[in-house]
Design a protein around this ligand. Structure first.
Ligand code: ATP
Ligand code: MG
Length: 381
């Protein structure tokens, strides 16, 4: 991704088949602190993108060969952070609107005055700066999150594990002399420390599921395998609450990792049981679509309010469930989403308060195709 703005000089590429337009643009920007390059056809312009890495590209809409819209599409596909502005004739305002739908930031009609061109250039570069800043902030936030997880793992996990071990030894050594009350107290301490260690582990998982590691072990497997395993592990909770789990269909296959898919499904089916009323029903349906498989987990439980719905996939977020407090850390869905997204899948939710909720998971069936190069054939240039 081009980061020219970071070193001060912005790079501008102008693609137009009219030499006079190119020359006048260069002249207008001559006294400005920009590096300007030009290309006289769409294909040449695209070829030049990688080498020049512009911040801003002006594209003439009407050119022989590759059209402006095709150029725009290719740029946007390759690096959507590059700001694009289309140059249009008066008669082509409609296509300018079309271009903006395809991701162009603005358009400038021909003929334009030097001032108009300078203003639109400055504004577009400002936009580019904002886009890059937003990306940098997002990256920083992600790094903070991951660093924080690393710190927690060292600073919290190791001493906690040490305390746990010492406690086990101590409880064992003292066992001949402890009273029943003391034994219960020691057991309670062990169990609370165990809970804390579990929590730290789950949180670490929510921030740093080893995505690349698991991707290497992806294979095509029937979706029924992780579903059956997830249902088995949730069944005891369901029995306790008299909730019936119905698996309606088990069709479809998925390209992924059985272990972590089971984990994600266990979280989501587990929630469906946990947030169900006594005697409720949880229905799991799978459907093979063209290149994806769809899983719906529907419950007849408490539902999720609109305010909560936007946050439930965040770390540690727990909604107001309008039933007696359920145990949990608010991490299950955060982990599940990361797992599903690591499979290039998606998870969404629909819900009605007091009536129930459906989580819908879409997962690819096949391994992704290797990316196709967007560069035009030599003969096109
Ligand atoms: N099927 C559901 N019905 C109603 N509310 C739900 C459902 N699934 C999730 N929620 C809401 O979303 C919140 C977040 O869910 P998540 O699984 O991340 O955490 P949790 O279940 O509270 O705790 P954990 O999964 O870490 O034990 C829950 O606290 C609950 O408010
Ligand atoms: Mg949960």
């Amino acid at each position: 991704m081009a980061m020219a703005l970071e070193d001060g000089r912005s790079r501008i590429l102008i693609i137009d088949d009219e030499q006079v337009v190119l020359e006048s643009c260069i002249e207008i920007l001559l006294d400005q602190p920009y590096d300007v390059a030009t290309a006289s056809s769409g294909a040449r312009g695209l070829e030049f993108m990688e080498e020049f890495r512009p911040d801003l590209v002006f594209v003439d809409l009407k050119m022989p060969g590759l059209s402006g819209l095709e150029v725009l599409e290719a740029i946007n596909r390759d690096d959507p952070t590059v700001v694009t502005v289309v140059i249009t004739g008066y008669a082509t305002v409609d296509s300018a609107i079309e271009a903006m739908k395809l991701g162009a930031y603005d358009f400038i009609p021909k003929p334009f005055t030097p001032d108009q061109f300078r203003v639109i250039t400055a504004r577009s570069l400002e936009k580019r700066k904002l886009v890059l800043e937003t990306i940098a902030l997002r990256r920083e936030k992600e790094m903070l999150r991951e660093n924080f997880a690393a710190i927690v793992s060292h600073e919290l996990k190791s001493p906690l594990s040490a305390v746990q071990q010492n406690l086990f030894v101590l409880a064992h050594q003292l066992s001949p002399v402890t009273t029943e009350d003391q034994r219960v107290q020691l057991e309670r301490m062990k169990s609370r420390i165990g809970d804390l260690l579990d929590l730290v582990d789950r949180w670490l998982r929510s921030v740093s599921v080893d995505l690349d590691g698991i991707r290497e072990r992806f294979e095509t497997l029937p979706l029924s395998v992780p579903i059956t395993k997830a249902v088995e592990s949730v069944q005891p909770q369901a029995v306790r609450k008299d909730v019936e789990i119905v698996v309606q269909e088990r069709a479809g296959s998925v390209y992924g990792h059985e272990g972590v898919l089971t984990e994600a499904l266990t979280n989501i089916i587990g929630n469906a049981v946990k947030y169900s009323y006594e005697g409720g029903t949880v229905t799991i349906t799978t459907k093979q679509l063209d290149d994806r498989v769809r899983v719906d987990v529907t419950d007849t439980g408490v539902g999720i309010s609109e305010d909560d719905r936007v946050h439930i996939f965040d770390d540690f977020y727990r909604g107001d469930v309008g039933m007696s407090r359920q145990s949990g850390a608010g991490l299950g869905l955060a982990i599940s989403r990361r797992i599903i997204e690591a499979h290039n899948g998606s998870v969404s939710v629909e819900s009605e308060l007091g009536r129930g909720t459906t989580f819908t998971i879409l997962l690819p069936t096949e391994a992704p195709e290797p990316p196709v190069s967007r560069l035009p054939e030599r003969s096109e240039i």
